[in-house]
Design a protein around this ligand. Structure first.
Ligand code: AMP
Length: 285
């Protein structure tokens, strides 16, 4: 496995690989790798000749009061995990390498950002879209792997790739969870021990919602109310949002019908966690 920190070097490796007719599978990450990231890498390994994992904590996607400075980082550990998974290249640029000057052009996401994380983290998806356009041009992937834990990101990137005619296939990968259901996340290390125990309530509340829907509940508001009550009762976290929307369009719905997403963000003392479930609700006959 090779570590590349220089944009031009990464780009010329990618161009050479393409000339040789090799396919490139790409996994963009912010590092502090866990089994969620590794499941993306494992899918990329199976479906491509060469894999590239990028590790870049992108300042553009963090708000002024967010955790850019404290985001967990451990390159040595990441590097050995990626190597064990059979990865070929780690692209690990510095912020100065990626943004040597203030960018003169950035992306603005117009749709699907007035809800969920787009609403509570203004500018977040503009930062994500901007860095991905750069990374796609540098790494030139055939396929790019994203986790469904960040389902809104998948929907937004789908729009980005379509609107800008970027020749890359997006491959969504299921959320990898801890044994008790908590979605794996780099930010989980910032949970206090008691919060770590409580955090399983996020997934439990999603399961509860799924059961209620299975039993015929059709009113999103009733489900949301039950979920909020459950999270308030079982955690010390502060609910940032819980929403039920259509998926992948992320529009408000008044009845549970078709493909929907139930998504939430909960703020603990030093970590804001997100989770979601995507459910296909049968239409009433
Ligand atoms: P991050 O490093 O948090 O930016 O995540 C990089 C990629 O890994 C994104 O596509 C995430 O959706 C994905 N990812 C993060 N956590 C998980 C997880 N628990 N299961 C599957 N994919 C994940």
């Amino acid at each position: 496995m090779r570590t590349i920190t220089d944009i031009r070097e990464m780009q010329s490796i990618a161009i050479q690989l393409k000339r040789e007719g090799k396919t490139i599978g790409f996994v963009p990450t912010m590092g502090y790798l866990h089994e969620g990231h590794l499941s993306l890498l494992s899918a990329a390994r199976k479906e491509n000749d060469v894999t590239v994992v990028s590790i870049f904590v992108n300042p553009l996607q963090f708000g002024p009061k967010e955790d850019l400075a404290t985001y967990p980082r451990d390159f040595e550990r990441d590097s050995s995990l990626a190597e064990k998974e059979g990865n070929d290249y780690i692209f690990f640029p510095s912020a100065d390498e990626m943004y040597p000057v203030t960018p003169s052009v950035t992306a603005k996401v117009q749709d699907r950002t007035d809800v969920l994380c787009g609403k509570s983290r203004p500018g977040h998806f503009d930062g994500v879209a901007t860095v991905l356009i750069k990374l796609f041009n540098i790494v030139q992937p055939d396929k790019v792997y994203f986790g469904m834990k960040d389902a809104q990101q998948v929907a937004v990137v789908d729009g980005l790739v379509r609107d800008f005619n970027i020749p890359v296939e997006i491959v969504p990968v299921q959320t990898v969870r801890e044994e008790d259901g908590l979605a794996k996340s780099s930010r989980n290390v910032h949970l206090l021990p008691a919060e770590r125990d409580q955090a399983t309530a996020l997934h439990q509340s999603l399961k509860m919602a799924e059961s209620a829907i299975d039993e015929g509940e059709q009113d999103p508001q009733k489900i949301l109310a039950r979920m909020k009550e459950f999270i308030k009762k079982n955690t010390s976290g502060e609910i940032d949002y819980i929403e039920i929307l259509s998926y992948p369009n992320l529009k408000q719905i008044s009845r549970l019908e078709g493909k929907i997403i139930i998504a939430m963000a909960v703020k603990f003392s030093k970590a804001r966690l997100i989770d979601n479930a995507i459910i296909s609700v049968k239409k009433e006959s």
